[in-house]
Design a protein around this ligand. Structure first.
Ligand SMILES: [Zn+2]
Length: 244
């Protein structure tokens, strides 16, 4: 793939119809695969033929591979912007090997990292009686339900995080945990790791703070689902097609 420039203005992506001129960058990062991610100033004039879009909006307008690349560029820029000073002694950081940054005063070295989250789609029953446990967070669009998700905590395995989140958010226990896949989630620096599981025991008792509602839904009577942007939807589509 040819190296390209991926341009952000604040949190928004430039979608260009044609090649862009040289641009003054507030920040720039060379990605490992050679692409250049750069951020221009908020007051930089937008060239003719360029549309400025949030990453979520851009999803529907771009080839999947290009959108993933833009998300990567966004994550690298966000990491650079948030790691300018040493967290231990506040000295400005200098470049280090392997895309890291090193403190010239105390030697602390930091590397780009993800906030790792887990998501799990829980089923019970067989064939036409198959049901899925789906939940609503208060910040979802009205009517939308999805699989439960949460961030891993330091010192925890992915599997432990799944069992803990399910117990906390739904009040049930699960079994037969199976890896489904993963997705970089550039809002701003996530890695979502997805699992399928079966219900083991317990009735749904949603966490009153994080979950507005949780229910078992039959496969032929599912509620509104999240958009095709997210791995949550890919799992739900797989479940409907009998693959999960
Ligand atoms: Zn330091």
């Amino acid at each position: 793939m040819e190296a390209v420039r991926i341009v952000f203005q604040g949190d928004r992506l430039w979608l260009a119809e044609r090649d862009l001129p040289e641009l003054p960058a507030q920040a720039q990062v060379r990605l490992p695969e050679g692409h250049l991610a750069l951020r221009v100033a908020e007051d930089h004039p937008v060239p003719e033929g360029v549309e400025v879009l949030g990453l979520r909006e851009a999803f529907a307008r771009m080839a999947p591979e290009a959108w993933v690349q833009a998300g990567r560029a966004y994550q690298w820029l966000a990491w650079e912007a948030g790691h300018r000073f040493c967290g231990a002694c506040a000295t400005p950081l200098a470049p280090a090997e392997g895309h890291g940054r090193r403190c010239p005063a105390c030697g602390l070295t930091v590397f780009p990292s993800n906030a790792t989250a887990v998501i799990v789609l829980i089923g019970r029953g067989q064939g036409a009686d198959r049901e899925l446990a789906l939940a609503r967070s208060p910040h979802f669009k009205p009517g939308v339900y999805s699989a439960v998700a949460g961030f891993t905590e330091p010192g925890e395995s992915l599997e432990q995080a799944v069992h803990r989140e399910v117990a906390e958010e739904l009040g049930i226990r699960i079994q037969n945990l199976r890896y489904f896949g993963s997705q970089p989630w550039p809002f701003p620096n996530g890695l979502m790791v997805a699992f399928l599981a079966d219900h083991l025991e317990g009735e749904l008792k949603p966490d009153p703070v994080e979950i507005e509602d949780a229910r078992w839904f039959r496969l032929d009577a599912l509620p509104d689902l999240p958009s095709a942007l997210s791995i949550a939807r890919w799992m739900l589509d797989a479940a409907v097609e009998g693959r999960g």
